[in-house]
Design a protein around this ligand. Structure first.
Ligand code: NIG
Ligand code: FE
Length: 413
């Protein structure tokens, strides 16, 4: 969808600012032209706009920046409901993975599907995110684990960003798991990732960032560093699945590479927190995976807070640990499970998520000069965004100045 080139004066918005803690924001008007915010101020005080300007009245609705889901695995084949049942019967995520299930079972399903088949499944999930106000999303590869299948996933991710009014950033996660054909030869696979897959996919313009799963069932610190080095050689920023199931020191490594983000972090220690702070790396917490794995180790939210590390939240939408397409549910989980405040949670899916996304166009704020990505909500108090469970609250989503109309539920292509 092209950006709107005509001007619109949006009236009577209660814009929730970054750093909001409580209370009902004042009424403001906002002029949008060519996809950007040109003017903002108290309601009724806008200077005269260009001839033919359109006017829209939000009648005092709460407005936030478009929500940003900065960590998803939205493209994959099939599902893993049978593994969910196995886990309910007592098997652990790691046991299932070591027995040849887990990520590798989604790899089999993803390799078997065509680009069109993967697109049809992923666009439903994307539409579910959009229906709750998401205007920018990160999508990882990592269920292909060979050049052809990783390319297929990343091409689907790019197509999603063309098919829908949403910003898509792609992340190459070739080092997500060891593919079966490399069993016992993880270093050879990392050679393939670094020397063949990443350079080729980067040349094709399919990669915006590079991620690694640094874990006992993923890759070692040394292997992760090789992937980071290859990313640096391509001029790409990095991020990491770090300290999810154990303390590996991955977050400190990510910090050394000035990573955009270190994600999961349940087992992160204080030294890692300080390293993230010093590097300006965002801590991305993923309560959906914490919940779905019935994890009991809480991420060190208080340490992150005390050291001033920006905290983002994301769905981690994936078939194994977070089959979740509701970022609003993640807000609720972050408050109930991680004891974050509603204000922290809102910053975590806007301004801090923008930093983790690493896309200069997406700021997660609504200020003059910013891109006009915003959401008009059917709530009276911003705290309701983290409070209701399941109630549709999204009245309208605006991306680059253009309203996508009322979004009432997932729409199909
Ligand atoms: O973010 N931790 C690794 N990757 C995903 C899980 C992937 C899967 O189980 O399919 C995660 O939790
Ligand atoms: Fe993930």
């Amino acid at each position: 969808m092209a950006s709107d080139t005509s001007a619109t004066l949006w009236k009577n918005l209660r814009v929730v600012p970054a750093g909001w803690t409580a209370g009902i924001p004042e009424l403001q008007d906002m002029r949008v032209q060519e996809g950007r915010i040109r003017w903002m101020g108290s309601a009724g005080t806008a200077p005269t706009g260009p001839a033919g300007e359109d006017t829209r009245d939000a009648h005092g609705a709460v407005v936030t920046p478009g929500l940003i889901d900065c960590h998803t695995h939205l493209v994959f084949g099939g599902h893993r409901a049978a593994e969910f049942a196995q886990r309910l019967a007592g098997a652990s995520y790691e046991e299932i993975s070591r027995a040849g299930g887990g990520i590798v079972s989604s790899v089999r399903a993803t390799r078997a599907q065509s680009e069109d088949e993967l697109f049809i499944q992923a666009v439903r999930r994307l539409d579910a995110l959009r229906a709750e106000g998401v205007t920018a999303v990160e999508i990882k590869s990592g269920y292909g684990l060979n050049l052809e299948a990783e390319r297929k996933m990343l091409r689907v991710a790019r197509r999603l960003g063309v098919a829908r009014p949403i910003t898509v950033r792609t992340t190459f996660l070739g080092a997500h798991a060891l593919p079966p054909e490399y069993a016992g030869r993880p270093d050879d696979y990392i050679d393939q990732v670094c020397q063949v897959m990443l350079p080729a996919l980067h040349d094709e313009g399919l990669v915006d960032a590079v991620d690694v799963f640094c874990e006992r069932i993923g890759f070692t610190l040394a292997q992760s560093e090789r992937v980071f080095q290859a990313a640096v050689d391509c001029g790409l920023p990095v991020k990491m699945h770090a300290e999810q199931l154990s303390l590996m020191g991955g977050a400190a490594l990510a910090a050394r590479y000035k990573a955009l983000s270190a994600d999961h972090l349940e087992y992160l220690d204080e030294a890692g927190v300080v390293a993230l702070r010093d590097a300006g790396t965002v801590a991305v917490l993923l309560p959906g995976a914490y919940y779905f794995l019935r994890e009991t180790q809480l991420p060190p939210v208080d340490l992150l807070r005390r050291h001033g590390v920006p905290i983002a939240l994301a769905t981690d939408s994936n078939p194994g640990t977070s089959p979740n397409t509701s970022l609003l549910m993640v807000l609720n989980m972050a408050c109930t499970l991680f004891r974050m405040t509603v204000g922290e949670a809102l910053d975590a899916v806007t301004v801090h998520a923008a930093k983790a996304l690493g896309c200069p166009q997406v700021t997660g704020r609504l200020q003059v000069g910013d891109r006009a990505d915003f959401v008009i909500w059917d709530v009276d108090d911003p705290a309701e965004l983290a409070y209701w469970i399941g109630l549709p609250r999204c009245r309208e989503v605006v991306w680059q100045g253009a309203a996508s109309g009322a979004v009432t539920g997932p729409r199909h292509s």
